[in-house]
Structure formats: C-alpha cells, structure tokens
Design a protein around this ligand. Structure first.
Ligand code: F6P
Length: 559
C-alpha cells in the first residue's frame, strides 16, 4: 500500500477533478429527459419496424471486431446524447492523458500505462525521463529467451530433464489473465507443455495440482505484482517445500522457480534467483497486467511469436480507442451503453456470454477488470457519488448459460443487458457444430429483443391457462460481437475493448478506475484472524458474531 504525501496529490487532483458534478451536466439532464419522455417507452420491435436499416446502421467495426448494438434501447438521438455526455466529462482529454503517461491513478499517484506494454518496439514513450517502451522491450526479450529455452527443452530441471508442466502461482490479476488466455489459446499451446494455475490459499488447490506431477519436470512461475500477497507467498512457499522434498535438494529451486514482480527485493528474499526474475512497473495495474511479464506463462505456452501477435491485437484496439471518433469508437460505444443502462434504466448487472468454449474464463477475467476498477462510490474529488457506478458483471459460456440462467434473462423481473460474443470461424471445426453454436447465439439475442406475444402463443395451440407463462415480453437489450476467429491477435483486441470500455465508464463516473482500496480491510482483518485461529489462546475482540464463529471454529477444528 502506498501512502502519499498530501502535497503530491494536489496537482493531479486539480487537473483531473471535474468541477461540475456529473448529474449537473447539461447532457446528463438531457439524457434524463430523453429517458423520461421517450426512451423508457422504447420498444425494440417498433424501433426495428420503423427503420429497416437499423440492424446495419447501429453497428460499428474496427480491428476485426464487428459490433451490432442495434438491439439496444437506443435511437440515434440517445447515442448522440451519450457521446455529448462523454465529451462533457472530458473523455478525449482523459484518453490522451492516459496514453501520455500522466498520473491519472490519482489516489496512488501513478501513471496508467498498460498501453505501453503493447506498443511496437519502434516507438518511444518518455515518462519521467525514461523511455518506457525500451524498458518493456528489454523485459519482453528476456521473456522470449526464457520461453524459447523452456519450449525447446533446453531449459533443464535439476535432474537434467526438460520441463513438461508449468504451474502459475498468483491470484487476481496475476492469475485470471494468464488462465483466461491459456484457455482461449489452447490450440496454439505447445503440445508437450501443460499449464496449471494455483490461486486459492485453500491447500486443496496446491495439493490437487501437484498430485501426480513429476517434480523434476515442473516449473513454478510465481506471479505477484507486490510479492506480498499472502495467498501467493503461502502457495509459493508450499510449492518450494514440495519440490525440495521431492528432489531432495535445496539447490533444485534455482531451476524450478521463476518470479514475476515489481518487487525484486522481496522476490529475492523469498529465494528466487535474480537471473530468474522478470520485472514490470507500478504503472501496470494487476488487472491490466496480462500483457506484462505476468503473461510469462502465456508466452511459454503459445510461444513468443503468438504472444507478440496478441500484443499487436491489444495495440490495434488501443490505437482505435485513441484515434477513432467517439461515435464509431467501439470501447466508447460499449462503455456509454453501460452508463445508459446503469444510470438511467437502473440496471444492476451486465451479462457477458461468449459462444466459445475457449472463452469460458472471459467472464471471470472481466469481473476483476470491471468491478475492481469501477466498483467505487467516491469520486476523484473525494466526494460520494450521487449516481450508480459499476454494475455486477457476470456470465458464462453462453450455451451452458442457456440451460441454466437464461430463464431469468428472458422472463425474470430485472433488466440485464447482455454482451453476446461469437466467432465467424471456429478454432477447430467439428461437423456443423459451429453453425449450431452460432445459431443459438443469434437466436438468443433475437428472442430477448423481440420475444413472443400472447397471440403468437395462442396460435401455437397453447391452452389459455398456460398462455401468460409462455409469453416472452422481449425488449431486453443486447450487444452482439463477432470476431473472425479466436486467435492471439483477436483475443488482444477483445480484452483491450473491455479495458477501454471500463476506462470510459470510469471517466464518466469521475472515479479512479485504477486503485482498489476496497480490498484492503478484509486483508488486514484476515491477518489478525489467522493468528487467532492458529493460536487459540489469543483473546478475541471482534463483534459478537465474529467472536462466536471463531470460538466455534476453534472447537470444531480440533474435535
Ligand atoms: O487484492 C486485490 C489485488 O491487489 C489485485 O488488484 C491484484 O491483481 C491481486 O490482488 C494480486 O496482487 P499481486 O499481483 O500483488 O499478488
């Protein structure tokens, strides 16, 4: 945790704080009126009937992603007002400030430069006198050298055997991105290497992973931006003990452990060799770090060339976000639609529904990205907001969702905007299964939007008593995104799309999307409580509920 002298905070706060409150802006008031007088009565069926080109005009396409946002409760007037709001909130300047390396992470007084991680080697970006692109490229080259050695079998374990299993130990941003990317890019993964991910401090996570693994052919990558995260350090310590016990030699650690961190000293204290360390910088937020050295396991799995292609995809979307007019800017459109539903329709959640087995971990990844970024109720001016901020992002592989929670999406009482994500071509074809998969995606967005009324239900011969149960109101909004194929490049474009959508929302809500103070209290309390669970003599000074739970645990854990 960084404590900042108050003086350091004065300048950036002065520069970025929005003087006028969000709800006082003229575009906000126009949107309120627009919602009250027109939008809350919008019917997608009528909007489509009135404009037979709507499904083509309310679309945008960039860097290989086709976005159809026509099935949203918007008209061109709504979109114009949303873009006006984005401008009144200073979005174009804030985008520039981020890319330039200004310290827009105000509460931590840091630049926010994940976009520099994917800049081409030929570019320069000087921040505080340092060319950060050169630094990034230097680490990338070291990662590439290491990944090549592991992949080619030249990197030998302590007993002289090549590596076959790679265990990524990390949590949050040091786990979700690499795990999601490994799942997404499985067809690109080296045949002889299997990746494993351990994040949970529940001993079962580590034990289940190492059970049956050949220690002599296993490499642990310990990923932690801070290298102080209790779960990760505890798991790394357990992994080291397991390895030393299996191989019978303390020296084995040097060939089987590498570290990825911004805190080199702490990693060295843990026992990781300086040569086996890959660094990054405090201007990379954990949840924005999958293109930093945190992506080492990804690079080992898919190889340096594919990793570079993924970086190119990210960069292509970065450039689009930076340069495209707001009206045709994919992250801005997505972000402002989220603002629209959250702040005007009162939607409390947003579903993400990939129609792709390999994107099944995307919703989990996006949960940290979106909610750790924008789950805030204090503005950068230090005042409480008087509007809602981040909705709950949730979701699953769309097909599986259809057989579990889609009932609520179609006939529940809450408005849940949905993002459908599909691929024009599968990574691997199996008969006509891809057509079946995509037919479901298109059918679901159509059903949500247009539903089925009572007359249609009756015409199907439904008994009158069942008619209300079988009516689909429709008018439930969604975006549909199509990617050509799931490749390293397209995965990069997709993740960057959401990163910048989150940024757009955060600018409008006038919050710091790059800190996460809300995770600290639980961590502090857990440290104290862990001592109390281990040493049963420690006195308890919690509330009566927590005291009783701890006493109960003390009794039953030794029973
Ligand atoms: O507790 C939240 C958090 O700080 C996340 O922001 C971060 O991604 C995760 O923990 C892991 O942190 P680290 O990489 O420092 O171990």
């Amino acid at each position: 945790m960084t404590t900042l002298p108050a003086a350091d905070l004065q300048l950036p706060l002065f520069v970025y704080a929005q003087r006028e409150s969000l709800t006082g802006k003229s575009a906000w008031r126009s949107l309120q009126e627009h919602y009250r007088d027109r939008a809350r009565h919008f019917q997608l069926a009528r909007l489509f009937a009135a404009d037979d080109k709507r499904g083509e005009s309310l679309t945008a396409e960039a860097v290989g992603i086709y976005l159809d946002y026509s099935k949203n409760l918007v008209t061109s007037e709504t979109m114009a007002l949303l873009m006006q709001l984005a401008r009144q909130c200073g979005l174009p300047d804030r985008i520039e400030a981020m890319f330039r390396g200004d310290r827009i992470n105000l509460t931590e007084n840091r630049s926010v430069l994940h976009t520099a991680l994917r800049k081409p080697a030929s570019e320069r970006l000087v921040v505080d006198g340092q060319d950060v692109v050169a630094e990034v490229q230097q680490v990338l080259r070291r990662m590439e050298g290491f990944a090549r050695q592991v992949r080619s079998g030249q990197w030998l374990g302590h007993t002289g055997l090549p590596i076959r299993h790679v265990v990524n130990i990390g949590i949050g941003g040091s786990d979700l991105g690499p795990m999601m990317a490994y799942e997404a890019l499985r067809p690109y993964s080296h045949d002889d290497l299997t990746l494993h991910f351990v994040s949970d401090v529940d001993g079962a996570a580590m034990l289940d992973t190492v059970r049956g693994l050949p220690a002599e052919q296993t490499l642990f990558i310990v990923c932690s931006k801070t290298f102080t995260t209790l779960e990760t350090i505890t798991n790394a310590t357990a992994a080291r003990a397991w390895l030393v016990q299996q191989l019978g030699a303390e020296e084995a650690v040097a060939r089987h452990f590498v570290g990825v961190t911004t805190n080199i000293e702490e990693a060295q204290r843990f026992g990781i060799d300086a040569d086996n360390m890959f660094g990054f910088w405090d201007w990379v937020g954990g949840r924005y770090s999958m293109t930093s050295a945190i992506g080492l396991s990804t690079m080992v799995a898919i190889g340096p060339e594919h990793f570079r292609a993924m970086l190119e995809g990210f960069h292509a979307m970065d450039e689009h976000f930076r340069s495209a007019p707001l009206e045709s800017n994919l992250p801005v459109i997505l972000g402002m639609l989220t603002v629209w539903y959250t702040n005007f329709f009162g939607a409390a959640s947003q579903a993400v529904l990939p129609y792709s087995q390999h994107l099944k971990r995307l919703p989990a990844y996006l949960q940290q990205l979106t909610m750790e970024s924008n789950g805030k109720h204090i503005t950068v001016n230090g005042e409480p907001v008087d509007y809602q901020t981040s909705p709950v992002y949730w979701g699953d592989n769309g097909i599986n969702g259809q057989h579990s929670f889609y009932q609520m999406l179609h006939q529940g009482t809450q408005l849940v905007p949905c993002d459908f994500i599909g691929l024009c071509q599968p990574q691997q074809a199996l008969g006509q299964q891809h057509e079946l998969l995509m037919a479901n995606m298109f059918a679901q967005s159509e059903a949500l939007a247009f539903g089925k009324d009572a007359d249609q239900v009756r015409q199907e011969g439904t008994p009158e008593a069942l008619v209300p149960h079988r009516v689909f109101e429709g008018n439930r909004p969604s975006n549909s995104m199509l990617l050509q194929q799931l490749t390293p490049y397209s995965l990069g474009t997709l993740v960057a799309l959401y990163e910048h959508s989150v940024f757009t929302q955060g600018v409008v809500w006038n919050i710091d999307s790059f800190d996460q103070w809300g995770v600290e209290l639980g961590k502090q309390l857990a440290k104290r409580t862990a001592r109390e669970l281990i040493d049963h003599q420690q006195p308890l000074h919690h509330d009566s509920s927590t005291n009783a739970l701890i006493r109960r645990y003390r009794a039953c854990s030794t029973a």
